[in-house]
Design a protein around this ligand. Structure first.
Ligand SMILES: Cc1cc2nc3c(=O)[nH]c(=O)nc-3n(C[C@H](O)[C@H](O)[C@H](O)COP(=O)(O)O)c2cc1C
Length: 182
């Protein structure tokens, strides 16, 4: 495979993907939404089951109701766009992995397109049921989050109990040939 001429820049952009929670009120253009959904659609999944559907949410009232499910996601109310991932729920273990892959691709694509995004988890079983109810998702499906997308005004975590944004050094994470051999 040829190395893309701008690969280093693209990889650096990928490294810089962070959770965005605060956005400009600007709507995400329809062609951009379409590009994001194409990226999502082409994500690989276990045995190519493609166990997902997506609900694109731009309605302010719906975003507000989603934001009220749980305080740590109250910022969803002011976002211009959220994409709910709806999984079949038939093979939970591999679907968890698939859901993570599709989520991360959406977030990386958003960053590469000059936007930003964030994961907003509904929470426990009851809160997931609430999220599904708000979005009209059948009870037998598995839906636990929306991927929120927009034009970020900051990548700082503005919440009172903000997570520290740093990362562990590679020296703590990587072994060579055998676990623990640093
Ligand atoms: C599975 C998962 C669920 C998350 N749920 C939320 C959430 O409900 N609300 C929120 O504000 N951030 C949520 N996040 C974002 C993380 O808090 C964030 O990615 C982490 O603190 C690292 O920060 P950074 O992405 O800015 O580097 C979630 C991330 C993951 C991977």
């Amino acid at each position: 495979m040829t190395i893309r001429s701008n690969a280093t820049a693209a990889v650096e952009e990928m490294r810089k993907v962070r959770q965005a929670r605060l956005y400009e009120p600007t709507a995400v253009p329809e062609d951009v939404v379409r590009q994001l959904l194409e990226v999502a659609r082409w994500t690989g999944s276990s045995r190519n089951t493609q166990p997902w559907e997506f609900v694109v949410v731009t309605d302010k009232e719906t975003l507000r109701r989603l934001s009220e499910i749980r305080t740590p996601i109250n910022w969803v109310a002011e976002a211009p766009l959220a994409i709910a991932t709806v999984m079949t729920g038939e093979t939970p273990l591999s679907e968890s992995y698939d859901e993570g892959r599709v989520t991360e691709r959406l977030l990386v694509a958003a960053r590469l397109l000059g936007l930003g995004g964030g994961t907003a988890w509904f929470g426990d079983n009851q809160q997931q049921a609430q999220g599904k109810d708000i979005l009209g998702i059948p009870a037998d499906r598995f839906a636990r989050q929306v991927v929120v997308i927009g034009y970020p005004t900051t990548l700082k975590d503005h919440r009172p109990n903000a997570n520290t944004g740093g990362r562990k050094p590679l020296s703590e994470l990587v072994s060579h040939d055998r676990y623990g051999a640093r």
